[in-house]
Design a protein around this ligand. Sequence first.
Ligand SMILES: [Fe+2]
Length: 368
Amino acid sequence: MTAPTISTEGLRELLEQGAPVTVLDVRPAAERAEWSIPGSVHADAYDALRRGDPNALADFHPANGGRVVTVCGAGKTSMLAAERLRARGLDAVSLDGGMRAWSLAWNTAEVPCPGSTARIVQLRRTGKGCLSYLIGSNGDAAVVDASLEPQTYHRVADEHGWCIGTVLETHVHADHLSRARALAVDTGARLCLPATDRVSFEYAALKDGDILRVGSTGLRVLHTPGHTPESACYLLDERALFTGDTLFLAAVGRPDLEATPEQSRNRAYVLHASLQRLVALPPKTLILSAHTSEPVAFDGQPISATLGEVQERTSLLREPEEAFVSHILTRLPPTPPNHHRIVALNEAGTLPDDPTELEAGANRCAVA
Ligand SMILES: [Fe+2]
């Protein structure tokens, strides 16, 4: 017997609609701890399912009596789980491709931005934590840090009646494959990056102080090196700051990727200066970063905070230069998996046939 499957897009739509579905994660607890589907429940049944134990999942009863979607790492053990539940008469289906395929699942949230005439939509890769943005004004739109398939941005822009005229990156990313170049090629939009000699494709180079027009609004470029040498932030109407991986909502960017220990140390000093420049902006400035470290719920709630709130939560921002440098260098998390290969592809501006294989795992660009 083979149980039916559901695609990532199918499950994404069910969760978006708030349909009565129980997502049952059958991976080992350690794998689940790394990343999970929001609202999913866990059954520690992986080994029992693999060895064909007839009692596997015997204790599991869906809370709402509705459909059950079983999930594992790649969609094989979840198939065994769905078969077992179907044998008990439950409406169970297996998530095709498992958590690896789920890496591309997404949802959106409108970001209110008082004082700006632009509208901001946050696009969240719930399966990985990447945050990207559509900024719309007068029918024109810009995309910041595209991490999803280009058609996703087309779809959301269409829904708002916007035409994507600009595609922007805050820096050369190390933990996801950038879709910026593919999106720019698709749409004919201008592709803008902070000036760098790292990439081998054509782009419009941005420098500190440049103003990019999007409809009737403007994005001001702030060069904020540290996380990477070229990292920049974009300030919309002096109200909302797209910070990439320079500043998160309770953490700062790591300075050590693709760097020697000595370069990391130098970058940490440079990052301190860049962050001091950002914290001098008005405390009401809305901070919109490129990553979150938690799976994103299907709740329509934007992931953002004011600069004042971020300062309160982030002790590194209050430290003098020497303490900042020594603390950041001693708190570095493990490096993201496959980051050398991801950086090489992002510098070349190419995408592999199956991006999810390289992109497995959580984002690790932050130091708290
Ligand atoms: Fe990054």
